[in-house]
Design a protein around this ligand. Structure first.
Ligand SMILES: Nc1ncnc2c1ncn2[C@@H]1O[C@H](COP(=O)(O)OS(=O)(=O)O)[C@@H](OP(=O)(O)O)[C@H]1O
Length: 368
């Protein structure tokens, strides 16, 4: 009995420690974006007078007010990671990625820069896949999360935007993707104002499939959502008029949005990536992207494999993980069944806009 009683607390402690470590590991691995935004929020701690101070400026009295959480019975104080370069374009000592560690070992001090290239859209066309694929390149560093600077946070200024970029060394490109830029009225002018030489990548996919994908995502967040057909047509069925006031339909009129971008940028500064080919043959599309960005063709077919369970190309390894992995569960969802008459009607609706888009881009995407 004594032996059992003595061992019991040890075992409980071991289980507790293992659980705590697992929780921390899961938080770190799967919520890098979440953690970095918590971290950024913590860097702006309000003072008593309502003004804000940065991490570097935070007085000790404020530091003791850091939020605390209880994890498995222990009080843990959430301490923001330090960032020497916050808002100044300086270096980031928190970036522990192998690329960055290697640079530090070489005595190099990377700094943050505004993006050289942007993936501006289109939503649900494969923008995440494109970003994850191109950032396999050692000369590309990208913001992991969508920053939404040119649509939601423009008022925060370019220094704020730069702070959200990863540190780079000379010769490395900085990239960001926020798919809503493509449809944001002021985005072309704003991007041009930041840098008229910014290179723009646009992933496009058959607008009907895109609309269904957009709807599938919205429905995953709102279970009682109406049927696709009810939302896509004014009278709720394929016999009616296409409802262009509904976002998932409106976004597919690519030509309308592209015309605005072409008022601000020459066509040669935009690269159009086929969302369909990005799935069918990612290496070919990534080859075009590397050429467009002036990069050596480093990312090739050797980086991909087709995962038949997921039905999509996946990565053999990446900057974060050395084992084969696919994009997350929110990419490559099963779409609901849509009335074929509704699909035909939408195809008919998009046809003239698609033709216009082919004319503007000089590319026939072959959408049905
Ligand atoms: N390799 C790979 N793995 C998984 N999914 C892939 C891949 N390549 C392209 N796609 C397609 O990307 C669609 C999601 O597009 P986005 O990443 O642009 O979506 S988002 O706008 O950022 O929400 C997503 O749409 P759904 O199939 O509707 O989920 C996929 O069809």
């Amino acid at each position: 009995m004594l032996g059992i009683n003595c061992k019991q607390p040890n075992r409980t402690m071991a289980i507790t420690a293992a659980l705590a470590l697992s929780v921390l590991y899961i938080l770190y691995t799967f919520n890098a974006c979440l953690l970095s935004s918590i971290n950024r929020t913590l860097k702006q701690v309000p003072t008593v007078g309502g003004a804000t101070v940065t991490t570097m400026e935070r007085p000790a009295a404020v530091a003791t007010q850091l939020p605390q959480v209880r994890i498995l019975g222990s009080i843990v104080r959430i301490v923001p990671l330090t960032d020497e370069g916050a808002g100044t374009g300086g270096t980031n000592t928190t970036d522990g990625s192998p690329k960055y560690r290697f640079l530090r070992q070489q005595g190099l001090r990377p700094s943050r820069h505004l993006p050289d290239a942007l993936i501006i859209g289109v939503k649900k066309s494969g923008t995440r896949a494109l970003l994850e694929f191109i950032r396999l390149h050692p000369d590309v560093r990208a913001a992991g999360c969508e920053v939404h600077f040119f649509d939601r946070h423009y008022g925060k200024g370019l220094a704020w935007y730069r702070h959200h970029m990863p540190p780079t060394i000379e010769g490395q490109l900085t990239m960001e993707k926020t798919p809503s830029y493509f449809i944001t009225r002021d985005a072309p002018r704003r991007v041009r104002h930041m840098n008229p030489a910014t290179r723009l990548l646009v992933v496009v996919r058959d607008p009907v499939t895109r609309a269904i994908s957009d709807y599938t995502q919205a429905r995953s967040k709102k279970r009682d959502m109406k049927r696709f057909e009810e939302l896509a047509f004014t009278n709720g069925s394929a016999g009616g008029v296409v409802d262009t006031s509904w976002g998932p339909v409106r976004i597919g009129v690519y030509a309308k949005y592209l015309e605005r971008w072409l008022e601000a940028f020459p066509l040669a500064q935009l690269l159009f990536v086929s969302g369909e080919r990005l799935i069918a043959d990612p290496a070919v599309e990534i080859g075009r992207v590397q050429d467009f960005l002036g990069l050596k063709r480093v990312v090739t077919e050797k980086h991909f494999y087709f995962n038949s369970t997921k039905g999509f190309p996946c990565l053999l390894k990446s900057e974060e993980r050395s084992s084969p992995h696919c994009l997350g569960k929110t990419k490559g969802r099963n779409h609901p069944r849509i009335d074929p008459a509704a699909i035909d009607r939408l195809r008919e609706f998009y046809r003239p806009f698609n033709q216009k888009f082919y004319q503007l881009t000089g590319i026939n995407f072959g959408w049905p």
